[in-house]
Ligand binder design. Structure first.
Ligand code: SF4
Length: 292
């Protein structure tokens, strides 16, 4: 296939197992982990967990990524749609309260094939960097129940340094508008699980509180009737990041500056605690026990 599934718009050829585009992925699905995951936001994980399906590769590849083994180095193994459908059935049997597709954009056609074979009876969550084209999201309209996009950077310069994508905000803001157009206001079931909607994630970066505040202001202005935000403070320098300023965790003062602003804006959502600011929470990928 000649690929333009993501905003990198490589127009690159992808054969079955390898590709010549930015992501270097082939057409067949490559997966690094399929397992229950308890540490997402409460409306995603619930009490029993989300069935987390980690796809190999990434179309953004942030320099500080905590999952560099899969996002930068494409660790994983090939799966056919029938094999993934079997894994989704096993996740259903384990009582997962949602199923999350994580950085799955390069495999949208194969995921649609998979869901023709088996669609889990729980909300399907699209966990994404936010760097998505509106065209690819439209292929998911009516398929995905909950969008869980990051909203990472406002400044083109910060986005250029962190992920080589100075157009990040322009692209991600248009993508989130499309997600909200598709799913509308958040709806929850009696157990507090999000059945439909959009939950925006923002990770505060060291030295970048001005960027965080600009993003929260955009959410408030663009969605005055409310889209929930998950504010995360657990930045850990990972993946051998060498960019000056990104080699430390955020300070309490930085966290409170952004959190106070979110409170002042009256945004709905969550604050994730520093207890998860540890590499202990980074899952092990691509071992036999990584797949249900
Ligand atoms: S999915 Fe991969 S090959 Fe396709 S446009 Fe994006 S980076 Fe390029």
């Amino acid at each position: 296939m000649i690929c333009s599934l993501c905003p990198r718009a490589c127009g690159a050829e992808r054969d079955a197992e390898a590709g010549r585009g930015f992501c270097r992925l082939g057409e067949e699905m490559r997966l690094a982990r399929i397992a229950p995951h308890l540490w997402e936001e409460p409306p995603i994980s619930g009490q029993k967990g989300t069935g987390a399906v980690f796809f190999s590769g990434c179309t953004l590849r942030c320099v500080y990524c905590q999952n560099g083994e899969i996002s930068h180095r494409n660790a994983g193994r090939l799966f056919t749609p029938a094999q993934l459908a079997d894994s989704l059935r096993r996740l259903t049997d384990m009582g997962m309260q949602s199923v999350s597709f994580i950085t799955a954009t390069p495999f949208v056609p194969k995921i649609l094939e998979t869901l023709e074979l088996y669609r889990p009876p729980v909300p399907l969550v699209w966990n994404t960097s936010g760097y998505e084209t509106v065209d690819t999201l439209r292929a998911l309209d009516g398929v995905i129940d909950v969008y869980l996009p990051d909203l990472k950077h406002h400044s083109p310069e910060v986005a250029r340094v962190c992920c080589g994508a100075p157009d990040y905000f322009e692209v991600a803001s248009a993508a989130i508008e499309e997600m909200v157009r598709q799913r509308g206001a958040a709806r929850y079931d009696g157990q507090g699980i999000m059945r439909s909607g959009v939950l925006i994630r923002h990770l505060i970066l060291p030295g970048c509180t001005g960027d965080s505040i600009a993003l929260l202001d955009w959410v408030k202005e663009r969605f005055p009737s409310g889209v929930p935000v998950s504010l995360m403070q657990q930045y850990v320098p990972c993946n051998g990041v060498s960019v000056p300023g990104l080699n430390r965790r955020i300070t309490a003062r930085e966290y409170h500056r952004v959190r106070d602003h979110m409170e002042q804006l009256g945004l709905d959502g969550f604050w994730q605690g520093a207890t998860s600011a540890t590499e202990d929470f980074i899952p092990v990928f691509n071992r036999d026990e990584s797949f249900v």
